[in-house]
Design a protein around this ligand. Sequence first.
Ligand code: ADP
Length: 453
Amino acid sequence: TAVALRLAAQRREVDQLLAPLRLSRADLERVQALMRREMELGLGLESHASASVRMLPTYVRGTPDGTERGEFLALDLGGTNFRVLVVRVAQDGIRMASEIYVIPTAVTQGTGEELFNHIIECIMDFQLKQNLMEQVLPLGFTFSFPCQQLGLDKAVLLSWTKGFSASGCVGQDVVQLLREAAQRKQHLGLKVVAVVNDTVGTMMSCGYDDPKCEIGLIVGTGTNACYMEEMRNVGTVEGEQGRMCINMEWGAFGDNGCLDDIFTDFDRLVDEKTINAGKQRFEKLISGMYLGEIVRHILLALVEKQLLFRGKPCPKLQTRDIFQTKFLSTIEIDGLALRQVRAILQDLELQASFEDSLLVQKVCQTVSLRAAQLCAAGLAAVVEKMRENRGSAQLAVTVGVDGTLYKMHPRFSQHLQQMLRDLAPNCTVTFLQSEDGSGKGAALVAAVACRRA
Ligand code: ADP
């Protein structure tokens, strides 16, 4: 009948529109191979400038061994919230207290002086509240932006990501910026001993519980990974002995154009409107800051083609970031009643029919599946490299993971793990969710540093 034919034609059109977002096994193997190539480039002394994956040395040379002790301050900057923590590492475990502080956008995008002044004010407020004003505690600084590290406590900011843009910071040592702000604010008891990326913090905090944990993964606002590399392969740091944790900065994978055929028109639309257009291309396919936006652009295209909401214009859907990534999580919950999808869409002033709700669900599934599979392709490159490094036929390794998207999305971790098993069949990979990895991890790095000092 006419109706059935029209529906079939619509389905074909929808499939055509979504086809570029569906990656084949061959696509993913290619992404894996490209990631591997970029990793090698990034590690080489001669080649690292040309790599899109920066492979930054962290000066962290081992995971915790359980003998770490002491009391530490930790800062966590670069996630959704800025936090200050006090972390007590004792024989019977780790105890912490923390406060969340809001950093207004005007400050994250203002001047560096304002930003670091604000950070010091938060530290002072925290110390006052915790009755720690009189003590000089070693401080670990989780600073989750790409840094060229020259030592454990010397980290030159290479670029801002995730919406930060405070002026006068890129090219500067962030520890120095912190110390200068402390002087301006006459806070004299600050002893910064380590700068840590959140991936490293995550790996270290999970490593405290599981010695096999030698990879850190974040899938939250952004995405990134770190892992333990053989020193002999790290061309950018002198020395051949032992291992060093490498902060991959894999969010920038593809910034040299090597993933261009994976990007769809929707990805390009999302990218164009960001404050770092053309940058962090891999991240923009995977992480929480972007998935909702990708979905929104697909929905707009579907409306445009009269395939959704009867083609009725949806003014609210034109608003940037109106379709939040957390909606994907809700919409994709197994067995969710379609009226709940409808309720979410209703809040966006979208009148969804039964078919509309199904279609929106399908769009969300397509976008989050692609994200999980790309993440798996990246991880497959990492675990395979580690296995080869160790000259073994099989590798058992644990990945410490953090990030709200990974933790809250009903399917992401499952898809990730399944694809990873396919792409790296000789590796047995266990995933361990980190609890407060940034804070705990920074303290553990500081603890190891103090033990060695
Ligand atoms: P960060 O990585 O910056 O520390 P989070 O791990 O808290 O921050 O992740 C924040 C990101 O997670 C945001 O981009 C947000 O869109 C996304 N997010 C928040 N809630 C959910 C959810 N329920 N499901 C999926 N993503 C979510």
